[in-house]
Design a protein. Structure first.
Length: 200
């Protein structure tokens, strides 16, 4: 198969669509953000353009929340990325609650929520990256498996792709990490040609 160079396009999509929350001047505000990352188990990053209203609230309180909306919330999730908290009270559309940090508003309708304490801010020119340590995570009971691990299909998150600016839902499970590759590891061979792809 011939490779085609496609400029500097980022192929790390799709990414999880989130609603990032912060108190701005004492009032809850949320913004739709898909540029989020995992730096280590309990540390996350959120990248926001400097023009956003939410940035000031994160800096003011040193806290923010990352809320995971489900597919049925797609309309309100998209809306929160279309309007500014300077002009619209987006929190009025949602049920708000607070956890340990007291200043990171979270959304009851979202099946999963994380409240974070800012530990570092990176200046990337047009954007600021807020690195947060997770203080506490909350999840709807019916989205947990065995009362502990989250069930991704029950959380039913919204995925975002920059190509065509499209939303997607999660598909089927195709295998278990740290397990499905063991068959190749056990053979202890060096592949001179790619190994065969797994059959559905």
């Amino acid at each position: 198969m011939r490779k085609i160079e496609v400029d500097t396009r980022n192929f790390m999509y799709p990414t999880l669509t989130t609603l990032v929350g912060a108190n701005v001047s004492g009032k809850p505000n949320y913004i739709t953000i898909a540029h989020v990352g995992i730096l280590k188990y309990a540390t996350v990053s959120v990248s926001l353009n400097k023009i956003h209203y939410t940035n000031a609230g994160i800096k003011e309180n040193g806290t923010f929340s990352v809320n995971i909306p489900s597919v049925p919330m797609i309309q309100v999730t998209d809306y929160c990325g279309l309007v500014s908290g300077q002009e619209v009270d987006k929190s009025a559309l949602l049920k708000n609650f607070y956890g340990q940090l007291k200043t990171a508003p979270m959304i009851e309708e979202c099946p999963a929520n994380m409240e974070c304490k800012v530990i570092q801010i990176l200046d990337l020119g047009t954007h600021e990256v807020f690195i947060g340590e997770i203080a506490a995570t909350y999840c709807n009971e019916d989205c947990l498996t065995g009362g502990k691990g989250e069930d991704l299909l029950k959380v039913n998150p919204i995925l975002f792709s920059m190509s065509g600016a499209r939303y997607f839902a999660v598909g089927q499970e195709i295998g278990r990490a740290w397990n499905i590759g063991k068959v190749l590891k056990s053979k202890e061979v060096t592949f001179h040609t790619p190994p065969p792809l797994a059959q559905e």
